[in-house]
Design a protein around this ligand. Sequence first.
Ligand SMILES: [Zn+2]
Length: 370
Amino acid sequence: MVDLVKKVEQQQRCETDINEKNVEYPDENLPQNIIAFAADDSTFETQQVCLKMFCGTLAITDQIIRTAHSKLDSCGITSSDNRGKHLNHPKKIDDEMIRSVCDHVKSFQPVESHYTRKNTTEQISRLRASQSPLAISLSRCPQWSSLDTLQFKGYWDNEVNGILLNNGSTAYFTFESEVRPILRGGPLIGEYVFEQMHFHWSVDDFSGCEHLLDGQGYAAECHFVHYNSKYESMEAAVGHPDGLAVVGFLLEAVDAPNPRFDRLVEGFERIKKSEQSVRVTSESLSWMDSDDLQEGNYVTYKGSLTTPPYTECVTWIIYEKPVHIGTEQLGLLRQLEGPDSIPIERNVRPTQRHPPGHSVIYVKQVKSKL
Ligand SMILES: [Zn+2]
């Protein structure tokens, strides 16, 4: 039975049908916490794995394995008398039994373990995409802690200038230089190049964010948009499911101004009219605490742009801990005018439906030893 469950796990991982039904039985001579399984159906070599880790991978208890094993015995499919005696003579299990075990195992939510750790980023890259933004319940997300730390390189620790522009729908920051900051690590495979930063807000302090974590609304949300360095440009990357990575920060309105926003807010004051722009330094991006970036928890999922054409090309990374911004500082954002010379009241897309089978992962970052 244990062998069969292992096969099911392999089947889920490889997304291929189970054709081989040859399995081997646990060796009765093995210690209790070790199980044996046939790793390769062509050779029937037996490998030993830790039962606790194996069960942990599938979030099931060893009692369930034992119960299922005894049920198999009572069905007459296995013969307990022969266990351990015929390691080189695999038994046959019928299709119906395999299907029922598959269904049973799939009913458990996979959890992080020794077996899943190596494949976590690949798993995220294969997740089904949804439309964004989403209302996310943290307690219902699988929790992972084994991903690499997110690394932000060259965002504010350089002398390069940027441009802050009122593009008629948001405040939009880009670097002037060809040398761009790089994001890597976390759920991302490869490197993502910083393209632009922009804001979403609304008329009050609770409906200005696009994503909702546990139903909590905030005054604004800031997006750092990056494109995958394997594509030539932002425009080319948008056409691919792994094209963009957007880091989102929720902004919470508080009474006291946050001095870290001073540079940026000075810029807001000078781009009140649509199409106005101003030169600012990269210090304008330095309002995030680097410890929070490296150690803060975040959610990640495959989603879409939140503005037309809503392409599903974004790996979203939304930090859980909101960043404080003073009410007056926020007021300057709300004074930015659209092309009609009227302040932009709201540039937030409503939350979208989670499609069936869609996953959001809650990542608990582990403090880097570097
Ligand atoms: Zn955005």
